[in-house]
Ligand binder design. Structure first.
Ligand SMILES: C[S@@+](CC[C@H](N)C(=O)[O-])C[C@H]1O[C@@H](n2cnc3c(N)ncnc32)[C@H](O)[C@@H]1O
Length: 417
């Protein structure tokens, strides 16, 4: 295994993220898996990498103030790391400058040293300058996204949302009642704290690995429950979880029906299907039949033989993820204004394909972790308009600035005939 420092790992991760356009989470976890680091250094590498990604626009704003001429990408990554330590983490100057300069090639060292020392000297000018910038610079979000949120939610909530996206996300876990009851859970894991108004959820400071391995809990945000509440599955029913991997909601549905129903849990991605199988087994959700299936390609499917269809169908659709941006730090840098319309077409295609398997009188719940009306209300409006047998019965949102949890949307539709 390689011996890299936390700063070297963060810098490598930033370069790979920029060059390979892969997901931030998978880049950093691969690098950390290949390296031996103390837990504190590991935490520091994560802090540096995600901290820089969360604050890209602002760090680049400061770089422009420190150097008017063009800055090469490699040099910029090192400067971003250095400035993040100096101006956000308030790392001691000698450590931040010395260690960051040592990451650079000989040719780059003089300029990096000079710019980081200048940043320390001009700190009292750089910080207030940042405060005077528009919200999208101050909180490092794409301008188009901030503007649409200002339109949809108003200026105050848009600001709260951007600020929340830059805070480390709390870790919540759902107590898995299929394996343990609440009292026993709290006795076994006394460091966990119950979440008010969500009696089966706890907040923890770090991932409770023992509890996870034993299937006593599953890391999940309380906002994910609104879809399952609207689905309201009953023992004895046939339930289809159409976009199910990695199985968080499937396991909750199994718990709701006390493992006394039939659940078909499908997903298109093989890797995620594998993870779902392992999760459901660990969580004791024995009633789920897991199947790889892409709804937009009518390939072989267990449903060809599903006699009579399903009583309840959950479509927890792929989406832009704008409700979970505090957890998926690089989502904001992937999005373009065209994505919301594009996602809407994918979502509608999946619902259309899945509706064939809904029984007359059955319930379909459509859900996302998006905050965007194109992917939520607009999808529901179009589906209801083109399917006269469907009636919208209820709709729920979780809004980070209102509810304190991730953003989520769920709509319950009932089929008459
Ligand atoms: C929001 S995630 C589902 C999360 C899951 N319900 C849970 O609670 O753990 C959306 C899922 O839809 C799957 N998906 C995307 N397009 C699909 C398609 N055409 N057919 C089936 N699954 C699809 C993705 O692979 C992804 O796992």
């Amino acid at each position: 295994m390689a011996q890299l420092s936390a700063r070297q790992i963060a810098l490598t991760a930033l370069r790979l993220w920029r060059e390979e356009k892969r997901f931030a989470d998978s880049i950093i976890s691969e690098l950390l898996a290949e390296t031996v680091l103390k837990p504190s250094d590991r935490a520091f590498a994560l802090e540096l990498f995600y901290g820089v990604l969360r604050n890209l626009t602002l760090l680049d704003f400061w770089i422009r103030r420190l150097r008017a001429s063009r800055v090469e990408s490699d040099l910029r990554d090192i400067l971003r790391l250095g400035l993040y330590q100096l101006l956000f983490l308030e790392t001691a100057e000698h450590a931040a400058v010395h260690e960051t300069v040592s990451l650079a090639s000989k040719k780059q060292r003089t300029i990096i040293n000079a710019m980081l020392r200048a940043a320390t000297r001009r700190r009292s000018e750089l910080l207030p300058h940042a405060e005077a910038q528009p919200l999208f610079v101050r909180t490092s979000h794409p301008q188009f996204l901030v503007e649409r949120w200002q339109q949809h939610f108003g200026a105050e909530h848009a600001q709260e949302l951007c600020e929340l996206n830059n805070l480390p996300a709390p870790v919540y876990a759902r107590i898995n009642l299929l394996r343990i009851d609440r009292t026993e859970f709290l006795r076994t894991y006394p460091e966990s704290r119950l979440v008010p108004d969500n009696p089966n959820f706890v907040k923890v400071n770090s991932l409770p690995s023992d509890a996870l391995e034993r299937g006593h809990c599953y890391v999940q945000d309380p906002s994910t429950t609104i879809a399952c509440q609207l689905l309201d599955p009953k023992p004895g029913e046939r339930i289809l979880d159409a976009c199910a991997a990695p199985g968080g909601k499937t396991a909750l549905i199994a718990e709701q029906v006390k493992n006394r129903a039939f659940i078909a849990a499908c997903d298109r991605e093989q890797r995620r299907v594998r993870a779902m199988r392992a999760n459901l087994q660990r969580l004791g959700a024995q009633i789920a039949l897991v199947e790889q299936c892409d709804w937009t390609r009518q390939s072989r499917s267990i449903f060809q033989s599903a006699n009579g269809g399903f009583d309840r169908v959950l479509v927890d659709a792929p989406c832009s993820n704008t409700g979970v941006m505090r957890r998926r730090v690089d989502v904001r840098w992937r999005l373009t204004p065209a994505d919301f319309g594009r996602m809407q077409e994918r979502q509608i295609a999946i619902i259309r394909a899945v509706l064939r398997w809904l029984k007359p009188g059955g319930v379909v719940v459509y859900s996302t972790c998006s905050l965007e009306p194109e992917e939520n209300e607009e999808v529901v409006r179009r589906i209801v308009a083109e399917t006269p047998a469907l009636r919208l019965e209820a709709q729920k949102h979780s809004l980070p600035f209102r509810d304190g949890f991730d953003g989520a949307f769920a709509a319950k539709l009932v089929r008459s005939t």
